[in-house]
Design a protein around this ligand. Structure first.
Ligand code: ADQ
Length: 466
């Protein structure tokens, strides 16, 4: 078995038995690294006065991590700049928020060259290299330039935008060309895969072969849809833990007989939080009879606080939740409980289970793992209802959720009413269909799906992924 090298912007070393509070992605990648005695390479999250290329090698719980520190200018231009102020908004269809600064693009290229330069001496002949996400598009190209001939794959966790939108990125073609340095590129959904095909066909004059190979001139890359899942077994275990039970009991007690709707998201404009609050407000406007009978618990830990658009969304949500609560609350009832903090995974599982409705309404999302976690946490005998945006990647697999248009307050309000009135038999049938996908296409399945393609084997077919 080949050794595996995983590369991602941030490295999440394992924290202990069962993954502790590590996210599902980190658990799956750690398991793969353990099986193949591999290395996880990336930024330490630390800032150094000067970039030295010094690698901090560590081994914990069977996983070796190799991290480097970056300079402050690198973090500004590469991470806060090109990755999070240019690519993230554009790839989530927010051209209005995308900033096109040439300094960002230069910093992005410089850091990717630095990663390539630092990583290359660690690469051995038969290693498989798996690069993750939009921070690292050109890394493969720079490794190839340095003579690395290994099998290399790239997985994009966020959506691939329609080609006309992508064309608003200066040097879009150079960015897409870098993908041809890889042997395999993976996307979350069929929709993203097709958008990539469109770009290659319309902009590069390329073709898409029946076996999934995308060909431009004498270069080609295998492009697949491999939807990511959660670590379902691990999550089910967390959901049965005493901490989950305690969180469930406390939530039920504090709900005091009211129906709870839950939203759990990083505080990000792509997650449709303002639109969600407006949809909920519409329901309160329409249905006076529901006042005092339900509430929305929105858990939203802040992220990327150095970026202005994130400061703005935070201020916008503070004021919107205040306005709605100001208009509708009374001495015994607050319609929105808005919480800006993270929760351990086991407690989160208990909170999901206590909620009659899971409200997941991103305007665009590569996948959205919260939707899958909500399903996994439900009581099979009395499951809650998932309301899910059509524009989350998860909607391709969880098509038995109540699918809505997150831009429409009416749609959100109607779906909440429908969920509240849904008979047990329908709740069970919809949940079962969603749970089948969450169980079968979990994060281990995703990993096998991608790595088998990277190793040149055929384990998961496109039909499995659809
Ligand atoms: P994210 O945009 O971060 O990921 P998501 O897929 O929803 O979004 O994952 C968020 C994770 O963070 C979930 O596991 C959730 O439980 C956890 N989380 C969120 N709020 C939390 C809180 N308050 N406390 C504790 N945990 C919390 C990116 C892409 C997604 C894609 C993933 C994986 O944007 O589209 O699904 O990568 O590929």
């Amino acid at each position: 078995m080949s050794r595996l090298i995983i590369v991602s912007n941030r490295v999440q070393p394992p924290t202990g038995e069962g993954g502790g509070n590590q996210g599902g992605l980190a658990v799956a990648l750690s398991a793969a690294l353990r099986e193949s005695s591999g290395i996880w390479f990336g930024w330490s999250g630390e800032v150094a006065e000067q970039f030295t290329g010094h690698i901090n090698l560590r081994r914990a719980f069977g996983v070796t991590t190799a991290t480097v520190d970056l300079e402050e200018q690198d973090v500004d231009e590469y991470y806060n700049g090109y990755a999070n102020r240019t690519l993230w908004p554009l790839f989530h269809y927010r051209v209005d928020l995308a900033e096109f600064e040439s300094g960002f693009a230069e910093g992005y290229e410089r850091v990717n060259r630095r990663f390539a330069e630092t990583l290359q001496p660690l690469v051995e002949e038969d290693d498989l290299i798996w690069v993750h996400d939009y921070h690292m598009f050109p890394l493969g190209r720079f490794l190839r330039d340095r003579g690395v001939r290994n099998r290399m794959g790239f997985f994009l966790h966020i959506p691939w935008p329609p080609y006309r939108l992508l064309m608003s990125l200066p040097d879009h073609r150079e960015l897409v060309e870098t993908l041809f340095a890889y042997d395999v590129v993976g996307f979350q959904t069929q929709d993203s895969l097709e958008a990539f095909h469109d770009y290659v066909v319309h902009e590069m004059g390329g073709t898409v072969e029946e076996d999934g190979r995308v060909v431009v001139g004498d270069r080609s890359v295998l492009a697949r849809a491999c939807p990511i899942g959660i670590d379902t077994d691990n999550f089910l275990e967390a959901a049965r833990s005493p901490a989950a039970k305690d969180a469930y009991d406390r939530m039920r007690e504090s709900a005091n007989g009211r129906d709870m709707i839950v939203g759990v998201d990083r505080l990000d404009y792509s997650k449709g939080l303002q639109e969600r609050f407006l949809g909920y407000e519409r329901l309160l406007q329409q249905e006076e009879g529901l006042h005092g009978r339900l509430f929305l618990l929105q858990i939203a830990p802040p992220s990327r606080g150095d970026v202005q658009s994130y400061q703005e969304i935070r201020a916008g949500l503070d004021s919107l939740s205040g306005r709605i609560n100001g208009a509708y609350a009374d001495a015994e009832w607050v319609p929105i409980r808005y919480v800006n903090r993270g929760y351990p995974r086991d407690r989160l599982a208990g909170i999901y289970r206590a909620a009659r409705i899971g409200l997941v309404t991103p305007l665009r999302d590569g996948m959205n793992l919260v939707a899958k976690e909500y399903i996994a946490a439900q009581d099979p005998e009395d499951p809650g209802v998932l309301i899910l945006s059509r524009f989350a990647g998860a909607a391709e697999q969880l098509s038995d959720a109540l699918l809505i248009n997150p831009h429409s307050p009416e749609d959100i309000a109607d779906a909440i009413q429908k969920a509240l009135a849904m008979p047990l038999a329908e709740r069970k049938a919809r949940w079962r269909a969603c749970m089948d996908s969450v169980e079968q296409q979990d994060v281990m399945w995703w990993r096998r799906c991608f790595l088998s393609a990277l190793a040149g084997e055929e384990e998961c077919s496109q039909a499995d992924a659809a």
